[in-house]
Structures are given as C-alpha cells and as structure tokens.
Design a binder for this molecule. Structure first.
Ligand code: NAD
Length: 380
C-alpha cells in the first residue's frame, strides 16, 4: 500500500506540540511526512524541515508557499495538520480546505464560532475532512470508558467531574516568555485563556465519553497572575442535554500539579476514574463493591480499547500513542475516501470532528459570558 502523504503548518523547532504530531502521524505506518511550513520565520522553518529530512522543494518558508506548491503537485498531500497559535487557525485551515485538502487543526479550531462554522461549511462543500485535535480521545482507557458508558456498565450517568489543572503558568516572572504570553492575549488566544487552552480537552472528553452535549453553563473565571487579560483559573458547572451534571476545573496556576487531566464519571451502578498521568489504569468501582483496577492491554477490555493499544500489558503507552490513534482513525477514513471519493464519514467519525470543535467552542463562549455576568446560567 502506498503511504498517505502528510504535512504540517507550524510545529517548528522548540514548539510545544510539533514533535508530538510528527511522531504520532508516522507511528502506525499510514503516513509519510513529506511537506511543511514549520515556523513563523521562513528561514528557520525551511532549515528545520530539511534537517528533519524533507526535500528542499517541500520545505516551505510560509503556509502560503506551501499551499501554492502543493496545489501544483499530482501527489498532493492527503492530510495537513495546522499546529500554529490559535489566531492563524482559521486563515490557514480555510485556505487549505478551499483547495480540497483534508485538515487536522489544533484546538481551539478558531477564535470565533462563526469562523469554526465556516470551516465546517467549507469542508462539507469540498467533501474534505476537517478534524480538530482533541488528542486525549485517543487514549485506550478513554475509549474503554466510552464503551463502558455505552454498554450501560455504570448505569445512567449522574455526574461527570473533569479537571485539567496544571501549575506551569503560575510564575509571574514568566509573563514575557513568548510561548506563555500569547495564551493570555485575546487577540492571539481568543475569548478565553486556560479554559480554551486546557479545559477544552476535559470538556471534549466529557462529551465524547458520555455521548452527550452540554446544554447550559455557569462559570467563575479568574486572572490570578497580575497583568493577564484572560483567565488562568476557571471553574465551570454545566448540565448535559440529557440531564447529567457536569463540573470542570481548569487552571494554569495550580503549582505542584503536572499535566493535571483527570475525569470521573459517577453512574447509578458505579463510578470510574481515569488520570492522564497514569493512563494505563482505569479505576472502576461497582456500586457496593471494592474498586477494580482495569489495565490497558488486558483481554477483558472492550474491543475499541484493545484496538487503541499497541504494546502488551504492563508496558507504558501514552501521549504519542493517543495522538497516533487520532491519526490512524483519520487514515482509515482517508483511505476509504480514496476508494470512494463521495463517501462522507463525519457522522460516524471516531476522531474529533470540526462540528464537535464548534460545539466545544459554544460552551466556552457561553462560559465566558456567564463569568462576566456573575456566574449566571447561560444556554450553549
Ligand atoms: P508554540 O508557540 O510552542 O509553537 C508554535 C509554532 O508555530 C512555532 O514553531 C511557530 O514558529 C510556528 N508558527 C507560528 N505562526 C506560524 C505561521 N503563520 N506559519 C507557520 N508556522 C507558524 O505553540 P504550541 O504550544 O505548539 O501550540 C500550537 C497550537 O497547538 C495551539 O493552537 C495550541 O492550542 C495547540 N496545542 C494543542 C495541544 C493538544 O494537546 N492538542 C497541546 C499543545 C498545544
């Protein structure tokens, strides 16, 4: 089988997420890394792409050059990842989609809901895939949780508790660090700070695992580090459409916390907890019984969880593998689209779709409104 061709915009040397994309996209052998415009500096971007082994003619100085160059080729890229800061997602993703490229865009999809909706529309018109990288949905034990909910193992879910609270933007002296600064500037980051940046993942996981959407929110935001316009701590209460209660804490000033992504679901028949820093274990407590530790890689897991895993039980498997599962989900759809170009898989896609990205943004916008209005409830 000829491999699919993959390219990236952003993710240059020293970026937070570029290396993870490169390792994940190529991990399962579906994609070859063949083209890139990796840096805001054309020289640095070209040099780094070539250092990583890309040919000179596909190491571009800007995304505009990359679009122009790739449009002229017969062996066009099958998937383009957009991993630049948030304020350029719309411009870049829409330009590539309009030329028929399939896109995996980093979260948040765009700065404005109208722009995100526009991406969904263009993708539909062009019959292109537009996905958004809520990569934690690729963890095997997250997929196990989803299957447990779907199969009724926990009964009706009453409460979802989600956290994405780390402590890495707590140092006021770091205010000028360019990799931190943009995350709290509305013109670069968008309407919200830590909720958009980190909490959005916990929110997506809540929706994904539960198979439901948020109906309304009440939020309390705080900019704890002096000088920040956007919030660096957020507490959100919400209600899902089917009535489940949701609570979410997102923070960037929780000193001592590392990555801090955890999610618990409490149902009529039991509870389940997953911590992203210990991703191979899932703690399941059936009502009235002791807690059972489910292990990634075990035979007793649901098929979807087993499929999402590569190494045998007891060995570490984590972040790269989770993103790789999103890439592999995309690859399967892309290969199907190659065979049947009119096929559209958005409704059954395993990966996070742009439509899910829009729903996620609507909750964040509603939460921001609530936070400005004394934490009153706001419909999403
Ligand atoms: P970063 O600031 O560390 O790196 C951004 C990179 O993009 C740099 O190499 C920069 O030179 C390059 N760049 C900027 N503008 C560009 C342009 N116009 N053309 C080409 N390259 C350009 O940022 P980051 O932390 O890597 O975040 C990038 C995106 O990924 C953000 O949208 C962020 O929200 C998202 N992100 C997602 C996850 C996740 O788990 N899914 C984790 C971290 C970051």
């Amino acid at each position: 089988m000829k491999k699919l061709e993959w390219g990236i915009v952003g993710g240059g040397q020293g970026s937070q997420i570029g290396k993870t994309h490169r390792m994940s996209a190529t991990l399962d052998g579906f994609f070859d890394f063949t083209a890139a415009a990796m840096d805001i500096s054309p020289e640095k971007g070209k040099a780094y792409a070539q250092k990583l082994g890309l040919s000179q003619d596909r190491s571009y100085g800007s995304w505009q050059e990359m679009l122009e160059g790739e449009c002229k080729r017969k062996d066009k890229l099958d998937l383009v990842t957009v991993a630049t800061p948030n304020d350029s997602h719309f411009e870049i993703a829409s330009a590539f989609l309009k030329e028929g490229f399939n896109i995996l865009c980093e979260k948040p999809l765009t700065l404005l809901i109208s722009e995100a909706e526009e991406l969904v529309k263009i993708a539909k018109q062009k019959n292109a895939i537009c996905a958004v990288n809520f990569g934690y949905a690729g963890y095997a034990m997250v997929r196990q949780m989803k299957e447990m909910v779907r199969n009724g193992d926990l009964g009706a879910i009453r409460l979802v508790m989600a956290e994405f609270a780390h402590g890495f933007h707590a140092d006021a002296k770091e205010a000028d660090n360019p990799r931190v600064r943009w995350r709290y500037q509305p013109e670069k980051a968008g309407i919200s700070g830590v909720f958009f940046d980190a909490g959005s993942h916990a929110l997506y996981l809540s929706n994904y695992i539960l198979g439901d959407e948020v109906a309304k929110v009440s939020a309390d935001f705080c900019s704890c580090v002096a000088g920040r316009t956007l919030e660096d701590d957020a507490q959100i209460n919400f209600r899902f459409k089917k009535g489940t209660v949701g609570r979410l804490w997102s923070s960037a000033i929780a000193v001592g916390r590392m990555h801090g992504l955890t999610i618990s679901l409490y149902g009529e028949k039991g509870g389940v907890t997953w911590e992203q820093e210990r991703p191979n274990q899932l703690y399941h407590t059936p009502l009235g019984k002791p807690t059972i530790v489910l292990e990634r890689g075990a035979d007793y897991l649901y098929e979807k969880a087993k499929e999402a895993s590569r190494v045998t039980i007891g060995h570490a498997e984590g972040f790269i593998g989770a993103f790789a599962n999103i890439y592999s989900d995309l690859a399967r759809d892309l290969l199907q689209k190659k065979q049947n170009p009119s096929s559209s898989n958005d409704a059954v896609a395993e990966y996070p779709t742009a439509s899910a990205g829009v729903a996620n943004m609507k909750v964040i916008f509603a939460a921001t409104k609530s936070a400005k209005e004394n934490s009153g409830w706001v419909d999403c």
